[in-house]
Every structure is written in C-alpha cells, then in structure tokens.
Ligand binder design. Structure first.
Ligand SMILES: N[C@@H](CCC(=O)N[C@@H](CS)C(=O)NCC(=O)O)C(=O)O
Length: 272
C-alpha cells in the first residue's frame, strides 16, 4: 500500500506523480495544505522533519525527498524501468537529480515564488507568513523567502536562479547533442527526464520558458516530446486548478521583461 503526502501544484511532488503514472501504480494521496501550514503539524513533522512535501509511506517505510522516492519506487516496482542498468548511465542520471536538488529546485522556487506565490502570501496574516518563513529552523530558507517576498525580482536570489537555469539549459543542450537524444541519457526515457520535466514545465506555465530556449533547438525538441507523454499532463496540468493555471500565466508573464533583463546582464557579465 502506497500513501503519498502531496500538495497541489508542488513541483517536487510532480516528479513522483510522473513516476507513479509511468509505472501505473495506485496510491492514496493525502493533501497537505502548505498555505495553512499543515506541513508543520507535529504528526506530519514526524514523517518529514523538514516540513515539506512529498513524503511516501510504503507499508511501514517512510521516505522523504522526491528524488529518493522516485528511485525507491523504481527498485521496488521494477516493471517499466526508469533507472539505467549501466553504472555510468546511472551516475549521469544521478547528476541530473543532484543538479535539480541542489540548484534548480531553489531556482524554480524563487521564480515561482516571485511570480505567483508572493502575491498570494501578501494575503496571509503576518503570523501565518512568519510561520511559513521560519521553516522549522532553516535560516537559509527563511532568508531566501523573506528577501524575495520583500524585494521580488530585485532580490539577489533571482539572479542566482536565472543563472542556475541558464547553466542547466546549457548542459541539457550539450547532453542532448553528445548523447544523440531524444532523451537526456540518450535513447531511453529515464528518471533524468522525469526529474527535469516539472521544472521546465513550470517555466512554460509561467510563460517564461522561451527566454532560455530560443537558441536551444534540441532542448525544445526534448520538451515537445515530453509534452506528448500522457504522464506529463496527468501529473502537472491535469491536477492543477484552472485559477492557479491562469494566475501562473498572468503573473509569470508580467515578469518576462525583468527576467530577460537579468539573464542578459548575467550573460553579458560572463568572460566566455
Ligand atoms: N528536496 C525536497 C524539497 C521538498 C520541498 O521543499 N517541497 C516544497 C514543495 S515543492 C514544500 O513542501 N515547501 C513547504 C515550505 O517551504 O513550507 C524534495 O525534493 O522532496
């Protein structure tokens, strides 16, 4: 029996949903409302001490961290394999997981937060907002949220986020070229693609993706192929409320000029 703690529209949950869908696995969803701070409920913190989603409970095993959940699912339910057998390919796949967990997740969070959730958080009470910002004692997350809430695209973290996406897309285009595509590791769709799909999707839904993809035809072709897979829609767009979808398009679109300028400044500052 699989139970998955999720939050609608949570980007880290989406890769787990894609994995479950690709493997046709049934699960029981338990919704955690991040906007009413249900992630800090003591019972939930016992399962996930960082107070974040997703968390998978499989019989009596509790597994946090979306990348680990996806790998766990692949090992326990090996039908429709999504992890390469070859050691080097597996390491390449994990390099994508690391890139996302260490950089792209935060980049996406900052851009989404600045474009969309910031407006929503302006509607929270000061007490609710502080609870969310204080984030179970993680000063780094608190600093990021607070600064972006206060400064929006003027925050230094936005420059970091735009630069992190630039580096990731550069690597994507290069890997798709050397590996022959159409997927990130070559011929086979894998967790490398599943890891990246929600993060590319988020930029598209915020009306921002073409800022990075204009000169990257291989990545554009990869994304078009990803959109054709039913699991992409089932995990990302289908569960999203229409209002969230419309807000994302609207508020994201309003940042296009600023984000283009930040990227141009970043590129102009590079020495090569
Ligand atoms: N590295 C974690 C990150 C999990 C994470 O930060 N989840 C976000 C939603 S995508 C969350 O629950 N945020 C709640 C908060 O920051 O209060 C993973 O990949 O599972």
């Amino acid at each position: 029996m699989l139970k998955l703690y999720i939050s609608p529209n949570s980007i880290c949950t989406q890769k787990v949903l894609i994995t479950l869908d690709e493997k046709s696995l049934d699960y029981e969803p338990v919704v955690i409302n991040l906007f009413t701070n249900e992630q800090y409920d003591p019972a939930y913190l016992k399962l996930n001490p960082k107070g974040v989603v997703p968390t998978l409970v499989h019989d009596d095993h509790v597994i946090p961290e979306s990348s680990l959940i996806c790998e766990y699912l692949d090992e326990v339910f090996p039908e429709v394999p999504l992890v390469p057998v070859d050691a080097y390919q597996k390491t390449r796949m994990r390099m994508w997981s690391k890139l996302i967990d260490e950089q792209i997740f935060e980049a996406t969070r900052e851009i989404s937060f600045s474009a969309h959730f910031r407006t929503r958080m302006q509607g929270m009470s000061e007490e609710q907002r502080q609870t969310r910002f204080n984030n179970v004692g993680d000063p780094e997350r608190t600093a990021r949220y607070t600064e972006i809430f206060e400064k929006g695209t003027d925050s230094h973290y936005m420059l970091e986020s735009v630069a992190d996406y630039e580096k990731a897309f550069k690597k994507m285009e290069a890997d798709l070229g050397t590996g022959g595509g159409p997927w990130l590791l070559g011929a086979d769709y894998s967790l490398a693609d599943i890891n990246m799909i929600p993060y590319v999707g988020r930029l598209e839904f915020l009306n921002l993706l073409d800022i990075w993809l204009q000169e990257r035809p291989l990545t554009r072709a990869w994304w078009a192929l990803a959109l054709e897979r039913p699991s992409t829609n089932a995990a990302i767009r289908a569960p999203m409320a229409d209002k969230d979808w419309e807000d994302m398009q609207k508020y994201g679109g309003q940042l296009r000029g600023e984000i283009t300028r930040i990227r141009d400044d970043y590129l102009a500052g590079l020495s090569h």
